[in-house]
Write a protein that binds this ligand. Structure first.
Ligand SMILES: Cc1cc2nc3c(=O)[nH]c(=O)nc-3n(C[C@H](O)[C@H](O)[C@H](O)COP(=O)(O)OP(=O)(O)OC[C@H]3O[C@@H](n4cnc5c(N)ncnc54)[C@H](O)[C@@H]3O)c2cc1C
Length: 370
């Protein structure tokens, strides 16, 4: 099968590898150089669903050494002053043996490993351009050109989208009082706040704040931002030094009404862009890759290629919709500081704290999707 992939971010690149390994001939279109693709300051939470995909593709051994595993995920409801700890025992038995609730990946390292891997595969042809390919040459075209997809604009595929009244600030911070194998998701009324381990005392802060407060923090000296961090982090935890400069980006929610248009299939952030809370974004993108690969391998669809986009859409519907709305729910949960909502919040936290079944249920959705 001849497939064009537009965009070689983490979705498009992994799709290229996965489909090439399924026997397809791939033209991978990208407007940026490899250097520009690698040089992005992003940090991802990798779940077991992604681990399984990377294992099946055969690239997991190339990537795992650059990942930072964590064994504890602390969910803190800042407004209620309550904490729930998810740990290895809350995972299902098969995932537990990997001794990690999840892994943290630094963009430059993971992108570099993927680019190196692509260079070893013969049936991937990289085409450095931003020109949208001619459909006649291909059986399928996968648009993985990001949340501001030009392809989608040209094809006039509508999506449901809105901007959160928030920005996301990311920073690398030396922190004392946290173990190097634990991650935090702190839900406070300014917005969710994640602390992700990067090895030893270094942690990545992913902090969403109202635009007003965020822009104050971004324009203030680092010491002011450190003071803010210490008000959010638990009492025993002390943020020490910010390494490099904090960065910020606006946050939006985007969900396509359709995941395809004719021969074009929308993958990754082109089809769904989520708030960073919960670290679901990249894992959901990679589950798109898994779905399209499974369909392309099916003998019936090999002979009826025209049906692949439709079946793809059906196969992704439940997972994408449920994770998108759960992620958005978490943002709204975090930001609601009206007293009446404290009762259901207290009940949710009480159940999670006291029921292993509830913790396992939530953790397994977060780690394996639906
Ligand atoms: C500023 C920013 C910061 C982020 N930070 C985090 C983070 O810290 N943690 C996290 O989990 N997630 C983060 N994300 C989301 C995360 O990067 C994505 O979920 C993940 O990279 C998968 O994206 P993608 O490959 O689908 O799209 P993208 O990464 O957007 O890749 C799209 C690719 O398509 C290329 N392209 C676009 N148009 C064309 C064209 N016409 N022709 C050829 N190529 C084209 C682009 O150059 C790009 O390389 C961030 C996103 C943004 C925008």
């Amino acid at each position: 099968m001849n497939i064009a992939i537009i965009g070689s971010g983490l979705t498009g690149s992994l799709a290229a590898i996965s489909l090439a390994k399924a026997g397809c001939r791939i033209d991978l279109y990208e407007r940026l150089s490899d250097g520009e693709l690698v040089n992005r300051d992003r940090t991802y939470a990798i779940t077991h669903s992604s681990r399984k995909i990377l294992e099946r593709i055969g690239i997991w051994p190339n990537i795992v050494s650059s990942l930072i595993p964590f064994q504890y995920l602390n969910l803190i409801d800042y407004e209620l002053n309550e904490k729930v700890q998810f740990f290895l025992n809350d995972l299902n038995r098969k995932d537990r043996k990997f001794s990690a609730v999840g892994w943290i990946a630094v963009h430059s390292k993971i992108m570099m490993s993927i680019i190196d891997y692509i260079s070893t595969i013969e049936n991937i042809n990289k085409i450095p351009t931003s020109v949208i390919p001619n459909t006649n040459n291909y059986d399928l075209i996968l648009a993985a050109d990001g949340s501001n997809s030009i392809t989608k604009n040209i094809l006039k595929t509508p999506s449901f989208q809105f901007k959160y009244d928030q920005i996301c600030i990311t920073a690398k911070v030396l922190i004392r009082g946290i173990k190097s194998n634990e991650a935090f998701e702190i839900l406070n009324s300014e917005g969710p706040f994640a602390v992700l381990p990067l090895g030893e005392d270094l942690f990545q802060i992913v902090c969403s704040q109202s635009r007003k407060k965020g822009s104050i923090n971004m324009s203030s000296p680092k010491s002011i931002f450190l003071d803010y961090l210490s008000t959010i982090l638990p009492n025993s935890v002390e943020p020490d030094t910010i390494i490099g400069e904090p960065r910020s980006y606006p946050i939006k929610f985007l969900l396509n009404y359709s995941f395809y248009s004719g021969k074009y299939i929308y993958l990754g952030e082109t089809a769904h862009t989520l708030h960073p809370v919960g670290g679901q974004g990249l894992n959901l993108c990679w589950r798109d890759v898994e779905s399209i690969t499974k369909l392309v391998r099916q003998p019936f669809l090999k002979n009826n290629k025209i049906l692949i986009p439709f079946f793809y859409s059906i196969s992704r519907f439940v997972d994408v919709l449920s994770i998108s709305f759960l992620t958005d729910f978490l943002v709204r949960y975090s930001r609601s500081n009206i007293n009446i909502f404290f009762i259901p919040r207290f009940i949710i936290i009480f159940i999670l704290k006291n029921s292993k079944i509830a913790r396992s249920f939530v953790l397994n959705i977060m780690t394996n999707g639906l």
